[in-house]
Design a protein around this ligand. Sequence first.
Ligand code: DAH
Length: 339
Amino acid sequence: MTIVPLDTFRAELERLRADAEAAMDAAADEVALEAARIDFLGAKSGRLKAIQKSLGGLAAADKPAGGRHFNEAKAAVTACFEAAQARVAGAGSECRLDAIDVTLPAEPVRLGHMHPITRTIRRVQEIMGRLGFESVDGPEVEDQWHNFEALAIPAEHPARDPLDNFYLAVARGADPLLLRSQTSTVQIRVMENREPPLRIVSLGRVYRPDTADATHYPMFHQVEGLLVEPGTTLAHLKSVLRMFASSFLGHAVNVRFRPSFFPFTEPSVEVDMEWGGRWVEMGGAGMIDPAVLEAVGYDPDSVTGFAFGLGVERIAARRYGVEDIRDFYRNDARFLRQF
Ligand code: DAH
């Protein structure tokens, strides 16, 4: 084995040290610095490791000095690496401090909330739930049977006029489907599938081709109520409506019935409600017509019940003091934020 002269060994160490310091000083980020670390200080194939191995080639008398030089060089390269590491980490955090001005006031988090119509629907469901009425849903695309026929609205009835309904091009059997024009459809769907006693409410969208104005919109919401129990009378209906309205509005409400006509109730009434000295028409109601009971397969001689249908927008408008129901659907955040 050839003997390596001590001077040669030292010269190599010096060159390595200079190279290492240059590389580590030049490293601009953590990735570059890590590459330099592996290159010089790497435990397996780093350049220092290679020189360490060549220590064994020195003459026995040179070995102590060689080892000392090696340790000095290794300590110097390690110190240089640590300095570079601190520099690179510091540069990173300086960068982040630049991007975020931590002295600026924080942006307030803006919490959203439920739309006033949704809120009204939930509240109605909750109050009616306390009176024992289960909340159910029905489809918005309906057939002639559920929207009209079973509700005793015959083919020639003006309510079925194409100009007063959104008929679809799609048909089920011979009949065109339509966007439901009333939630009374759900009365039929529930009675067809269940036996009395029943107490249900159904709240949802209905559609009519009305020109939008302060009190009309081509899509609006109704609350449908249905109670089927032995011995039901109009007095029960009035009590339920009065209890509902008083709970909803937070003070005593008067309910007034005016004689009216609906094909699916007999007798039929218009429902007016009064509080704060003002009467407002809220919808229609009545005792379920025997023809409807028959259509759903009930025995009209032994079954009694009432039904009612109120406008959700009307209830909400009165509750929140809204004058124009179009405001509910303009999606103007300044309006919606008030509730
Ligand atoms: N469906 C009726 C309408 O849209 C409202 C209505 C009237 C519903 C009387 C009822 C009722 O349940 O009994 O005009």
